[in-house]
Design a protein around this ligand. Sequence first.
Ligand code: ADP
Ligand code: G6P
Length: 477
Amino acid sequence: MPTPRPTYDLVIAANRLPVDKVVGDDGEVEWRRSPGGLVTAMESVMRTQPGAWVGWAGDAGEAPEPFDEDGIHLHPVPLSTDEVRDYYEGFSNDTLWPIYHDVIVPATFHREWWSSYQTVNRRFAEAVSEVAAEGATVWVQDYQLQLVPALLRRLRPDVRIGWFNHIPFPPVELFAQLPWRAQLLDGLLGADFLGFQRQADARNFVRACRQLLGAQTKRDRVTVEGSHRQVRAAAIPISVDFHGLEELAKRPDVMARAREIRESLGDPKVLMLGVDRLDYTKGIRHRLKAYEELLSERRIGPPEVTLVQVATPSRERVDAYRILRGEIEQTVGRINGELGKIGAPAVHYLHHSYPREEMAALFQAADVMLVTPLRDGMNLVAKEYVTCRHDLGGALVLSEFTGAWHELHQAFACNPHDIEGLKQTILRAINTPAKDKQRIMKALRRRVSDHDVQRWAARYLAALAAAPDLPQAEPRN
Ligand code: ADP
Ligand code: G6P
């Protein structure tokens, strides 16, 4: 008889596993850390509690066998080449992603993509139901898996189901464009508790249920039609592993590397930094435009001021991402060609992923951190930057269109659409006296330290445990 597979009291399901399988030209298999904030946050949470992580290993074809890594049980779910194209690149990242991010680029609707999304969500629900112990807590993550809650409830009515949206939830006027809007809402209403980054996101969801499903709603609760179940939708903003990252940033080798980075850039007076996935939501073009204008107006310039832009490769087969990469690289080329100097380029552009140590060193080296998204669920880079500034140095320029801004009010706030305003904010971040900047940095760090990722997970799991919030049973006669 085959030995039964182990089951787990805590199971998380996310489109991606924390590691990606990469097969080299020589057929050699290598596991690399997956990109994005979801993985950064959930990995820190799962390392401190036993559980299983159900997700895709990042390449098409058969899934690797389940395995354990750093105390987490990883349970890979396969995606075929067509599913990578239709479910992942198509429906998740070319239909939902633009709709959920204010339609910064137009969304594409294809019925085959939707069909693939349904198939893959079903597969995830089945995989979760295999590894979840009786009465387990299942925590579903993000927009790629919105049908899993209802599908899983049908397969496993015994488990408690939560879902957390790492990205914004759009206003009903935009969400209503989706031809499959009712199915998506029904999918989510299979959960006991739904978590969002901002109150506005939770409110958008409740309003969509009321207006598009005709569901009864009261404050943060939606009553599911045909049952007496109530689903609560509330904001629990995600964060970073403050103490773990701060400890890393205090390591002498990391601090030495920060000094080395500045030296190798010619010890500029002001080092500005941008760190983003190469995504149109991040406002990289707006940032470069403001920077280019400041240079050409000679208000700043190399070698005294320089910019390092780290742009992580992302979703490279989706058209909007391919086009963006071309535009960014052309702009960087133009800025350096016209405004750089020999030995002092105006922009250092790096299209790579780096180890955590190198990121921490970069954050410490930077005098001004530019976080200028047009729309972002949270933006963990902003929180990572302040976490790494135990020296109280540096200044954070932060877009009002990020979840992070709702917590980090003291930062140098900007509207990235307002290029003139963004330029003024950058100059202010450079010129504010060091003493005032230290005071600001202290306040920002206190906020992140008091609201770290461990506290986020504990709050989320407590809210999920308190659900479902059933109405009082009718007294029997
Ligand atoms: P998103 O999830 O949209 O990519 P976040 O800012 O929330 O945006 O999270 C990005 C995460 O990826 C952060 O933890 C950040 O440190 C990490 N990251 C971004 N760029 C790189 C890079 N080039 N190398 C390594 N890690 C990166
Ligand atoms: C954001 C999303 C995550 C996603 C990450 C990286 O953080 O919220 O769900 O994993 O971006 O994107 P990718 O498409 O490479 O997984």
